[in-house]
Design a protein around this ligand. Structure first.
Ligand code: FPP
Length: 245
């Protein structure tokens, strides 16, 4: 705990409401050390734990992480299984320690493709953490931005076909309520570590006015100091949301 208190003193003053992170670079981190990719994901999961605790300590309200995309199924069965096992272990522990950590859990993505055990843990985590105030962690699991938008479009089209809505009634606000992220404010800051500078189907609708921050640090090495640097960079930006300078 001491480390968080110490860090907190040095932490940036203006904390954005919602930070989203693409946890990238686990594979390269492992390769550099001659280890299997799974080893990178394991350390990546630890990095997530540390960042989630730190985010809570600095008063962040929403932390969204890209844990598994709709495209990640193309990876080897071994790697997919390893990531799923890490998620299961993480959720099991999170449920066990829930009253101590008091983090609200939410999931973006179609969880029906996940194992019944993982689905059950995710449902339990959401249900039992609903009451907590403070940070909410949104896990993007089997998530894709285009897939999310398509589902919302289909849902609205179905309401129209059923005579419950009219096309001209669709507004940005109403459309947002059909996304996995319904009720969650848009991200202010999207962080991508590992030197890649692309968005990879992450929060496409929600990031319309987000600030992006890229760093060469690989996700398993990403720690509280890196989050501070990202927040400091964010605080230097001038957000205009399309308005004049
Ligand atoms: C991207 O790095 C990372 C992933 C596809 C998986 C992220 C999963 C975790 C960090 C573990 C999940 C567990 C918890 C508890 C959140 P990459 O493999 O694409 O890296 P590379 O680009 O270097 O190959």
């Amino acid at each position: 705990m001491a480390i968080f208190n110490k860090k907190r003193e040095a932490a940036p003053q203006n904390i954005p409401t919602h930070i989203a992170i693409i946890m990238d670079g686990n594979g390269r981190w492992a390769k550099k050390r001659g280890l299997p990719r799974q080893a990178g994901h394991k350390v990546g999961a630890e990095a997530f734990r540390t960042i989630a605790n730190y985010a809570k300590s600095i008063g962040l309200q929403y932390l969204t992480v890209y844990a598994f995309s709709t495209e990640n199924w193309k990876r080897s069965e071994e790697e997919v299984n390893a990531i799923m096992e890490l998620l299961e272990n993480y959720l099991r522990e999170a449920i066990r320690d829930m009253d101590k950590n008091r983090v609200r859990f939410c999931f973006f993505g179609d969880l029906t493709r996940l194992s019944p055990a993982l689905q059950a843990e995710a449902a339990e985590a959401v249900e039992r953490s609903r009451q907590y105030e403070g940070v909410q962690v949104n896990f993007c699991l089997n998530y894709g931005g285009r897939d999310e938008i398509l589902r919302a479009a289909r849902a609205f089209a179905a309401s129209c076909a059923a005579g419950e809505a009219k096309p001209e009634e669709l507004t940005e606000e109403r459309f947002s309520q059909l996304l996995w992220s319904a009720g969650v404010p848009d991200p202010d800051l999207v962080i991508r570590p590992s030197g890649e500078e692309r968005i990879s189907n992450f929060l496409l609708w929600q990031s319309a006015y987000a600030e992006y921050y890229f760093t060469d640090t690989l996700w398993p090495d990403f720690g509280p100091r890196d989050l501070d640097l990202a927040i400091e960079a964010y605080n230097k930006r001038s957000r205009r949301f399309g308005g004049a300078k």
